[in-house]
Design a protein around this ligand. Structure first.
Ligand SMILES: Nc1ncnc2c1ncn2[C@@H]1O[C@H](COP(=O)(O)OP(=O)(O)OP(=O)(O)O)[C@@H](O)[C@H]1O
Length: 507
């Protein structure tokens, strides 16, 4: 048998009482694409951090090309030929793309900018090398991370949910890249919750549940249902059928919104209109960077329109164009931003304190002071209802696994019982069991009359959830398409701007 590129033997790692990895064995063969799958909090990211030298195991051995290896830092791992793209980005916001690259890859700026441009063109990872990272969307930031890693020529490339923010067109291109890299001798450790992707690209898969390995399989020999069962230990629930559209009252209306951001890298929005009624789900499709974050901050109230631009955004029938986020929330609006660490939650604060950020109007304050028992009860209820895997409400939000934090934020906002719920990327990084639970919940709320607006890059998700879909491209919104009469290819054409304005007018 060929010597594995990487072997793990009995790796264990705990955070306090939390046993994130328990006696993990795993072999990554040369020239293979190896999936690691498991529910949120199963221990995948922790294991990858051990391999990349971010965390040191409490016990067990890492063997690299047949030799024992002890890694004190990621820099050491990179020197050995191990590269990693994280689920949470590690870019400096105030630096440009090329400056961020220079921190990891030696070279002159101009050469690196050329190399970034070339990789972008070859692999569909286009990004402006001179753009400042704070101006980039989440999707673009991930592209930078992937490019930066590829520039270090790794022998083992660890990708933590690399496709979660890529537009569908780029996923297949990324896969071609990964296959090419594998054929050229690079092994890839691939973490994903998308079982069909794992079946399409991986030749081995290791399944984790509760910090332990529950199986090593060839994913091509199992269907997605089988893999899901191994991962979550039970069958998946069926999606909830949507009731017929109610034609209810308008809860969100945007009329001819024009917006020119101060930031020269941000996307201007032009004559944008949409309506979401009670008992409806409207989805905004599109590749990130086409105005999604600008639109989201205008709807959430994080950015308020200038005084002369009133009568553009209505919520619950009231002109909110110049109202701030708090005033909009008072009308019954709730919002889950795509950036869960930073804007959705404060990582250094406990879950209970994070509950208070938006849920304080639910009588969680008394005489201006926090009503601790009530705040804790609310948080415990959110943890229970949304199956957030965590030791309790007192832990810091930043210590939760990515998917569990997402479940917590979505749960917190839904528990406000808003009249209008706006969610960006509802199931980003959430495992398939929890994602289907969140989708069922959203359809249930819609059936009960909530108005829901979703921004998602996942077409499948939009098709499963939405009554109507509009596509955002270059700051322009397509007409509302009735989902059941629309094919993914139609949406795809709008996504790349292949519809003329003539067609749009008559579509
Ligand atoms: N820095 C930390 N401090 C405390 N607990 C942690 C820390 N990092 C991870 N954990 C805990 O370890 C467990 C495994 O988390 P990990 O992030 O490895 O899961 P995961 O499988 O990658 O999940 P996801 O799919 O949601 O990203 C979780 O219970 C998590 O809360």
């Amino acid at each position: 048998m060929t010597v594995p590129l990487l072997s793990l033997r009995g790796i264990s790692k705990s955070y306090g009482q939390n046993r994130a990895n328990q006696a993990i064995d795993l072999d990554v063969a040369p020239k293979s694409i190896h999936a690691v799958l498991g529910e949120n909090g199963a221990g995948k990211s922790t294991l990858m951090k051990v391999i990349y030298g971010v965390e040191q195991p409490d016990s067990g051995a890492v063997i690299w090309e047949g030799e024992p290896l002890s890694l004190a830092s990621p820099a050491q791992a990179r020197r050995k030929g191990i590269g990693m793209v994280f689920q949470h980005f590690s870019l400096f916001e105030t630096l440009t793309v090329v400056e961020n690259t220079q921190l990891v890859v030696p070279g002159r700026k101009a050469e690196l900018a050329d190399a970034i441009g070339k990789l972008g063109r070859d692999f569909g990872l286009e990004v402006d090398p001179l753009a400042h990272v704070h101006t980039l969307s989440v999707g673009e930031r991930q592209r930078v991370e992937i490019i930066r890693c590829l520039l270090t020529n790794p022998k083992l490339l660890i990708l933590d949910e690399p496709t979660s923010v890529l537009p569908p067109q780029s996923v297949e291109r990324l896969f071609e890249t990964l296959r090419r890299l594998r054929d050229g001798g690079v092994s890839i450790l691939f973490i994903s919750h998308k079982l069909e992707e794992i079946r399409a690209i991986c030749d081995r898969a290791t399944i984790l549940r509760g910090g332990c390995v529950t199986g090593h399989v060839d994913p091509r020999k199992h269907d997605a249902h089988d893999l899901a069962r191994m991962m979550i230990g039970r069958d998946m629930p069926e999606p909830l059928p949507a009731l017929p559209i109610s034609g209810g009252e308008k809860r969100l209306e945007i009329i001819g919104l024009d917006y020119r951001p101060d930031d020269p890298f941000a996307m201007p929005l032009s004559t944008l209109s949409l309506t979401v009624r009670s008992g409806e789900i409207l989805g905004i499709a599109g590749i990130s960077g086409n105005g999604q974050s600008e639109l989201a901050s205008l709807i959430s109230g994080e950015v308020v329109l200038p005084g002369e631009q009133c009568e553009r955004i209505y919520m619950m029938g009231k002109d909110v164009s110049t109202l701030n986020a708090a005033a909009r929330r008072q009308l019954g609006f709730a919002f889950v931003p795509e950036d869960r660490l930073g804007r959705g939650a404060v990582p250094e604060m406990s879950l209970t304190q994070n509950s208070l950020l938006t849920a304080h109007p639910l009588n969680l304050l008394r005489y201006g002071l926090v009503d601790e028992p009530k705040a804790m009860t609310f948080t415990n209820e959110c943890i229970r209802q949304y199956d957030v895997r965590t030791p309790g409400p007192g832990v810091e939000a930043g210590s939760l696994s990515g998917g569990n934090l997402q479940k917590f934020i979505v749960g917190r906002e839904i528990m406000l019982s808003p009249k209008l719920l706006f969610i960006a990327q509802p199931t980003w990084g959430v495992d398939i069991g929890a994602a289907s639970a969140i989708r069922r919940r959203l359809v249930g709320l819609r059936n009960e009359g909530m108005a829901i607006l979703i921004i998602s890059e996942e077409l499948e998700e939009l098709f499963e959830l939405c009554d109507f879909i509009q596509v955002l491209h270059h700051g322009v919104l397509s007409p509302a398409l009735v989902t059941r009469d629309t094919r993914p290819e139609d949406i795809g054409r709008y996504m790349i701007g292949a519809h003329s304005s003539q067609e749009k007018a008559s579509a």
